[in-house]
Design a protein around this ligand. Sequence first.
Ligand SMILES: [Mg+2]
Length: 102
Amino acid sequence: MVDMYKPINQLCEEVFQIAKSKGWHDEPRETGTLLALIHSEVSEVLEADRKGDQENFEEELADVCIRIFDLCGSKDIDLEDAIYTKMERNKGRSYKHGSKAY
Ligand SMILES: [Mg+2]
């Protein structure tokens, strides 16, 4: 556990810089590839849940966030603004909007 928390956009930049320093951005990466990598981490979370492995579940959730932060850092996306904007939009939606089962 760390004792200092940073703004999300700072994490995006730091995650991107770390990935860059490890050679993962030597060539421009396609958005589809980065999304597929996020998806692969979501699958790892699912597997951890299926195994009842809470420690790995949390670690893989962190990987999902790290992959999202990497995408945002590499594409210069203001994730904080996107999140707050979407949260405000969600607040205005009706109860169980969309007439979906879940
Ligand atoms: Mg993982």
